[in-house]
Design a protein. Structure first.
Lengths: 217, 216
């Protein structure tokens, strides 16, 4: 999706607001949102990539201005309305109309520690060999699509070199639509000069993790 | 069941934006209250998660891993080979660390981590990500103007140093293994860990021994 979330290389945002203080949460509501995210019952159809796509679909002005964890609130609200679990009216009032969704039960307090030790893996066995090897020269595809994808605009149609091969990983463009598919994933190295007009002569590189269907010879 | 319909969700976002309370704190409170009434969340579990991430899970974990790599060459080799397995020694495996990759800074190479498309971060190892990491300016500029970004963090590198920017576009998550600073030769592992800040493990700072004039 060619949205405002695709920020890599966009100009005009000004200096970084460097905050030296290493606190975990700036406000109580951000802490609550983080906790709700980990503890709430979820619809099994909410894949990680659908979740990310729902964030990308937040209206551009809101996406660029609303705080990060406020956007998480907006994501869950939209997921719930989309899945028929809650109405906009219920979310606005913070009061239920009485309906209770048929979902797996939420996390219990005594199970929190164990739950935080769970690690999701995204590599999957596939019965075909990767098309590229480390050292191969590739070019990224120059067109995306209007759904979720992890090929940023700044790296479309650019030459790179396969730096590492990671086996097959869940393919986000399809997982965002609830479809199971895995394909080879590679770390691809790009010379800064191949990405940015002002970077001629710089030896810096940018590395992206890209799926096989984003790449051509 | 999700619709997986982009147009439908964009419309839902617009409706929500015009009906939800205007203050984010009230919006989150409304969400949590509704989830409790629907039997979808146990507030005690939310409390427990907040406590864990306020007290226990944070950059001190990553710092211990880095200090171990500085004193134990065999561990460092394992960390660079399979960082997820290496942090499992410490019991740190968890949220967003299943495909962890450690990248090593040297006098020739400086690594910098970003997620331009959202704000992916190895939570179980480094805790909550800093505000600047999630901000538009960092996400936009880190891949294009890494030297300018580093200068704003007070880091200046020689022109000969190659900057490697890692844009976290898949489920791999990156840990920068910073250089062990000059002047730290006599320090024990625990004292070394105290030199490792969150930003040094993202690549926006370098480790220093306090008072050491030779650090750059």
């Amino acid at each position: 999706m060619d949205g405002v979330h695709d920020l890599g290389g966009r100009e005009g945002f000004g200096p970084i607001e460097v905050d030296e203080f290493e606190r975990n949460f700036n406000t109580d509501w951000e802490a609550r949102m983080w906790g709700v995210n980990g503890a709430m019952a979820q619809d099994r159809s909410w894949t990680l990539d659908w979740w990310r796509h729902v964030r990308e679909l937040i209206a551009p002005n809101d996406y660029l201005t609303r705080p990060y964890f406020d956007q998480w609130m907006q994501i869950y609200a939209a997921l719930m309305v989309d899945s028929g679990i809650a109405t906009v009216k219920e979310l606005a009032r913070g009061r239920s109309d009485g309906s209770r969704p048929d979902l797996d039960p939420p996390l219990k307090a005594e199970d929190v520690l164990e739950a935080t030790r769970k690690t999701a893996r995204f590599d999957r066995p596939v019965d075909r060999a990767p098309a590229f090897e480390v050292g191969d020269r590739v070019v990224t595809r120059s067109h995306g699509h209007s759904g979720h994808t992890r090929l940023p605009r700044y790296a479309m149609g650019r030459p790179g070199v396969i730096q590492a091969s990671h086996g097959a990983h869940v393919f986000p463009d399809l997982k965002a639509r609830g479809k199971k598919h895995a394909e080879p994933l590679y770390s691809v190295a790009f010379q800064a000069a191949d990405l940015w007009p002002e970077a001629a002569g710089r030896r810096d590189r940018v590395f992206l993790d890209l799926w096989e269907s984003y790449l051509e010879r | 069941m999700a619709s997986y319909d982009s147009d439908k969700v964009a419309q839902i976002h617009r409706e929500l934006a015009s009906h939800l309370p205007s203050d984010p704190a009230l919006r989150v409170k409304a969400l949590e209250s509704l989830l409790v009434e629907k039997g979808m969340v146990d507030p005690a579990a939310v409390d427990a998660l907040v406590e864990l991430y306020s007290e226990e899970i944070g950059p001190k974990r990553g710092a211990k891993v880095v200090a171990r790599a500085w004193v134990d060459p065999a561990f460092k080799a394992r960390l660079l080979e399979d960082a997820s397995a290496a942090i499992d020694d410490f019991g740190y495996l968890g949220h967003a660390t299943g495909h962890l990759k450690a990248v090593e800074n040297t006098d020739q190479v400086h690594n910098l981590v970003v997620c331009t498309l959202c704000s992916c971060y190895p939570f179980a190892l480094l805790g909550m990500s800093p505000a600047w990491y999630k901000a538009n300016a960092y996400r936009a500029r880190a891949v294009r103007d890494p030297r300018g970004v580093l200068a704003e963090f007070g880091v200046s590198l020689d022109d000969e140093v190659e900057i490697r920017v890692w844009d976290s576009t898949a489920e791999l998550r990156y840990l920068v293994l910073p250089e062990r600073p000059a002047g730290s030769e006599g320090l024990e592992e625990e004292a070394l860990a105290a030199l490792v800040t969150r930003n040094t493990m993202i690549g926006t700072a370098v480790c220093r021994v306090p008072g050491d004039a030779g650090a750059s």
